[in-house]
Design a protein around this ligand. Sequence first.
Ligand code: ATP
Ligand code: MG
Length: 388
Amino acid sequence: MILSAVSGVLFGHRKGWWYSIWNKLQFFWSTDVRELKKQTGELENKLNRVRDAFGEDNNLWLRQPIIRPERYDARIRRSIPILLIANLKGGVGKTTIAANLAAYFETKRNERVLAIDIDHQGSLSSMLLPEPLNRQERAGRSVRALLEGSKDGYSTFEAISESCPVRDSKRDSRVVDCDDPFADLETQLALKWLIGDIIGDIRYNFARVLHSDEIQRNFQRVIIDAPPRITTGFINALCASTHLVVPFVLDRLSAERVGQSLERIRRMKGQLFPHLELAGVVGTMKGNRTASLRDAERESIAEAKRAVSRSWGYGDFVLEQALIPRTQAIADAAGVRIVYPQATEIFDPLGDEIFRRVPGCTPLRPVARALRGNGDASRFADSPVARL
Ligand SMILES: Nc1ncnc2c1ncn2[C@@H]1O[C@H](COP(=O)(O)OP(=O)(O)OP(=O)(O)O)[C@@H](O)[C@H]1O
Ligand SMILES: [Mg+2]
């Protein structure tokens, strides 16, 4: 009776337990422990890379080895001007200046401009896109193509063919528009890159496209409107741009922040984008359009000069003769349209000064058939863009 009780316990209602032990033993024997250890090590590495990326100096963009695109130095040296309008302080007039400079270079300098919006708020897109595109939800395919890159080399084609004609453009200038989903793409891409799921250097994806022959042949100038924070798109824009334009509001706090923004950019410059030059620091929202500067405004310009020389180096960087006044017309146009045609006397001095400093190098060419239309690949069949 005792024997049957013991065997009942062992092989009866405990049968399931024995089975699970047996299964575990089988799994243990069939699993290669070394393989498991390797996989755990890899996962730990990925985790550490993400942890390190957000270390104290807050510079995840300098963490990984740098792999520049082929002939990066030569290409950027002979590139058309690529102007990045940036300041890590928000609301200082970056988008207003980017949009109106695009209009200036097209109208006054007869250039075909490629305007790129990399701020998911999409303000530049709303100002430059024709109605009703500017009010619709947009897929942002061209900015995606710029950032995601492409193994088969088609990202340049997509970036151009999916871009939109700038509203009322006479020279078929284009806008690469941006919308909310771009922010998710930026985060996704950065994380995949940090954990090593992306081979290649995502910091130079814009550079690969913007320095390509197709862009260089079809445009005379690129203007990029940056967001007020360091994002994947912003790093890409820094690595692809030839010049930086930094707007600031004519007050003391904003002037000090110019130094902080430039300092953060300069810390990455040597390693990531040694060619980037400062084209100018532009004072905006001058209180009175005609009257001379108020004391506080004069002081903010002096502070901006000090901040620039501390953070970037000595030079004639603050564009004192090209200040942008605060006007109702500019405020009313925010995120809706460009005021340039009615405000040439406001933006021309700035455009002229930037043109003097960054004249560009490409002679004027007729508008390429390649750039007509939007998003329709068949229209590009006989274009240089189609022969990528
Ligand atoms: N010269 C100006 N006169 C009057 N209003 C202006 C002027 N420049 C900019 N503004 C207004 O200030 C606000 C911020 O301008 P803008 O969007 O150009 O700044 P931003 O630096 O691009 O902002 P963000 O950092 O959010 O991208 C807008 O409402 C705009 O209309
Ligand atoms: Mg903006």
